[in-house]
Design a protein around this ligand. Structure first.
Ligand SMILES: [Zn+2]
Length: 253
């Protein structure tokens, strides 16, 4: 029987840090309670199994005891360790990119089961043969949508007119696509090609990452969409995405 002093949750481990003595601080994005910062007592001792179970990018079922200052993990059972994501430098960097953005876009204890599913399904997809770049762009766009920062892709954000083919630009600070007649002051306007707008719309309307069609996206188009999403993520996050830089290095390593 579950008492109110303990609870169970299914979560994705995002990061961990050493805490006082042999304890470990683990940040887990749970389906039931959103992001939690939990203490794992004695997890750094050689005899403890918790350390391995709380390795970042692991899907775990945890039992948690409510504490006065911090809740504590009492048990952790690995559901999926995503070995295909951790196998290799480039895929590991992609996995950590997902973890960093989920962490950055979530507040503590705010549940968002759709965001939880998006993160887990993205890691599952990274372990398959499907295009890793397209998988991450799908994650970027859907993360923005689920966090309330979905860029406008169909009408001009300023005047509301339907966007006509090849007559549009993009302004992160204004909230998305602009017609050529609008130029709000103090926002940086970027060009946006028609193929890039179409690819962003496809990413928006695709229901799950598994339902993405297998597309051969030409590298310049992939770069344009990646940069558009990246500046949008950084704008709302208000800082650089560190693992994005690791990922760029990993690609050329
Ligand atoms: Zn307009």
């Amino acid at each position: 029987m579950t008492s109110t002093r303990t609870y169970r949750a299914l979560g994705l481990t995002l990061r961990r840090a050493p805490a006082r003595e042999a304890d470990l601080l683990s940040v887990i994005y749970t389906r039931e309670h959103g992001k939690l910062e939990l203490l794992a007592r004695g997890a750094q001792r050689l005899t403890s199994k918790l350390m391995g179970h709380l390795e970042p990018l692991t899907l775990v079922r945890v039992s948690v005891a409510r504490g006065r200052s911090m809740d504590q993990v009492t048990e952790a059972e690995v559901v999926d360790a995503f070995p295909a994501v951790k196998n290799g430098y480039e895929n590991s960097a992609r996995g950590l990119y997902v973890a960093e953005l989920v962490d950055g876009f979530s507040a503590l204890s705010v549940a968002n089961a759709e965001l939880f599913s998006l993160a887990v399904e993205t890691l599952e997809a990274l372990g398959t043969a499907r295009s890793a770049d397209l998988t991450l762009r799908y994650f970027d766009l859907q993360l923005l949508r689920l966090s309330g920062f979905m860029p406008e892709l169909y009408n001009c954000v300023e005047c509301g007119v339907d966007l006509e083919p090849d007559r549009h630009r993009f302004a992160v600070g204004a909230g998305g696509a602009l017609c050529p007649d609008c130029g709000p002051p103090d926002v940086m306007v970027r060009p946006l090609s028609l193929p890039a707008l179409k690819l962003l719309r496809l990413l928006h309307r695709t229901e799950t990452v598994g339902a993405l069609p297998e597309l051969a996206v030409p590298p310049p188009l992939e770069r344009e969409v990646r940069e558009t999403l990246n500046v949008t993520l950084q704008y709302w996050l208000d800082r650089r995405v560190r693992s994005q830089e690791f990922l760029e290095i990993a690609k050329f390593a």
